[in-house]
Design a protein around this ligand. Structure first.
Ligand code: SAM
Length: 254
């Protein structure tokens, strides 16, 4: 039977890759790369560099697949994402049928960890459910930008016996989740932290975390929020893209 692996490759530091990921990559016949257009060219190059650095066999092939366009202007967010995932499933189904022989092993590379805001595992589940191709699905964890952020700021995300909440900028814009004192925010294109009430809130922000271009800023949102927004805008202009993540923390009462 075919095997399809989703391999977490870390979020920008090529040394954030596990031994399991390296041995899986060395067992594959095909590495599938999704082409997300010009803005993501640098990220695609990082993925290629990982293959070149860690895959010692010369018998694997790289197959690039165009990512279906997502309707980012759609009024209803969830149906638009559902429709995009289904179009992805159709495209992956065709790819697996055309590019993998019955006993072949293919891999999709997932940025960071495949379990955090990454749809690859879900889409491959949808491919299996459609029933047109069969394969064994394997998921190899990776180091997420969330873990890398905490490590670079030298902090723990969970305070003793307390939870941490992971969310998106879009949801944070509606307000801090009820009772949450430690909130990790990803996918925030609009600096939602500048809109949140709470004079005492602390922020641990990082962009391009783990890479040579990493920027880290921390402090009280009231004091460093504007500095972060300015650093973010300048870095985005310089690179043409940005990926940033942050922890918002309510300090313990004295
Ligand atoms: C589609 S999600 C993918 C998350 C990924 N699966 C992970 O585990 O990090 C993309 C978001 O992850 C965060 N991210 C990914 N890489 C990052 C990095 N090197 N530095 C900071 N944030 C990053 C950003 O919030 C970005 O908007």
């Amino acid at each position: 039977m075919r095997t399809v692996s989703v391999v977490g490759i870390g979020a920008g530091n090529p040394e954030h890759i596990t031994m399991q990921a390296i041995s899986t990559l060395n067992a594959v016949d095909v590495v599938f790369m999704t082409d997300k257009g010009d803005a993501a060219r640098e990220l695609a190059e990082l993925r290629l560099a990982i293959c070149e650095r860690y895959i010692t066999s010369s018998s694997y092939r790289i197959v690039t697949v165009a990512d279906p366009e997502r309707d980012r202007g759609a009024a209803a967010y969830e149906p638009a994402v559902g429709d995009w995932r289904t179009r992805r499933a159709v495209s992956y189904e065709r790819l697996i049928a055309d590019e993998l022989g019955e006993q072949d092993h293919g891999a999709f590379l997932a940025w960071g960890d495949p379990a955090i805001y990454d749809s690859t595992v879900h889409v491959l589940g949808e491919v299996l459910a459609r029933g047109a191709v069969t394969f064994e699905l394997q998921v190899i964890p990776g180091i997420s930008s969330v873990q890398a952020l905490a490590a670079q700021h030298k902090i723990s995300l969970t305070r003793t016996g307390r939870p941490v909440h992971i969310t998106t900028g879009r949801l944070l814009a509606r307000g801090l989740p009820g009772n949450a004192d430690d909130v990790v925010v990803m996918l925030d294109a609009g600096c939602a932290f500048t809109e949140i009430d709470g004079d005492d809130l602390e922020i641990y922000w990082g962009a391009y975390v783990g890479s040579k271009d990493e920027i880290l800023i921390s402090g009280r949102v009231a004091e460093v929020g504007h500095q972060i927004a300015a650093a973010r805008a300048a870095a985005r202009r310089r690179h043409g893209w940005i990926m940033d993540t942050y922890l918002l923390r309510r300090p313990d009462s004295p």
